[in-house]
Write a protein that binds this ligand. Sequence first.
Ligand code: AHM
Ligand code: MG
Length: 337
Amino acid sequence: HAADAHRTDLMTVTRYVLNEQSRHPEARGDFTILLSHIVLGCKFVCTAVNKAGLAKLIGLAGETNVQGEEQKKLDVLSNEVFVKALVSSGRTCILVSEEDEEATFVDPRLRGKYCVVFDPLDGSSNIDCGVSIGTIFGVYMVDKDLDKISLDDVLQPGKNMLAAGYCMYGSSCTLVISTGNGVNGFTLDPSLGEFILTHPDIKIPKKGKIYSVNEGNAKNWDGPTAKYVEKCKFPTDGSSPKSLRYIGSMVADVHRTLLYGGIFLYPADKKSPNGKLRVLYEVFPMSFLMEQAGGQAFTGKERALDLIPTKIHQRSPIFLGSYDEVEEIKALYAAEQ
Ligand code: AHM
Ligand code: MG
């Protein structure tokens, strides 16, 4: 019966993407090849994260990243693995990584039509204590002569992304992706070394009972954020208060929000008027996934995927999650005007 079929008819992520491609008769398998290189990077990072304590990989590599933070060895390693895997796929032309100040323009001989924006290891403050961390990525496609590419090709609104996803290195290794036709989750079977479809067609609950925010910043929040969080704790409509969950790893906080419903907020505050999270490789991919799962993503001003970035490491406030929760936030911002 069904359970047996599930056990013997394994839907790997590669098989899934190949199936997806058959919907596009013009596709020549380039995206599948690109994805298999991203998946390789995720598997490597998963192994490295699992061995971190043992292999003494934890510790400072003596370098500082673009945002001036200390870079951990695992970040450096993960970044190198992803850059090399993506370049060697022969399917990429521009790479933007959180760890590299400048975008990488791939050697013309190895160029392909995809641009990949990624945060190879997000949630760095959680590395040393073994709490879930993750990789986030988004994919754009350029439709021009590959000798004529420029930074503008990655400074596109998130709605132009072709695909987005994340891999969470938690109690299991979970890859969640969308190629613009819903969201699917795959779990790494370590004995097979394959990601197997375990969460088909993920839909976020329309309403949620959980809010997720760093409340330590409350002192500096703007009016709508403060009002929303106050309502979560002291609802005035007779509903029960919401639960607070905050891991401090975007991938883990967003993953829970996607599966259980609720809202994840990284708002602006007086100290950081643009919030903390980066548009290209944090805000966009997660917003893309949320919309594909039936939720919403809002910056406090507009639909997150409509934002047109002007710098590769630009930041933006973000509110994403269940449809109804984001509607409430939007109403509070509209009332401010
Ligand atoms: P990082 O790139 O230094 O890891 O920072 C990004 C992380 C996100 O994963 C998470 O949502 C956020 O920072 C948490 O920030 P804070 O510690 O300010 O709450
Ligand atoms: Mg990050």
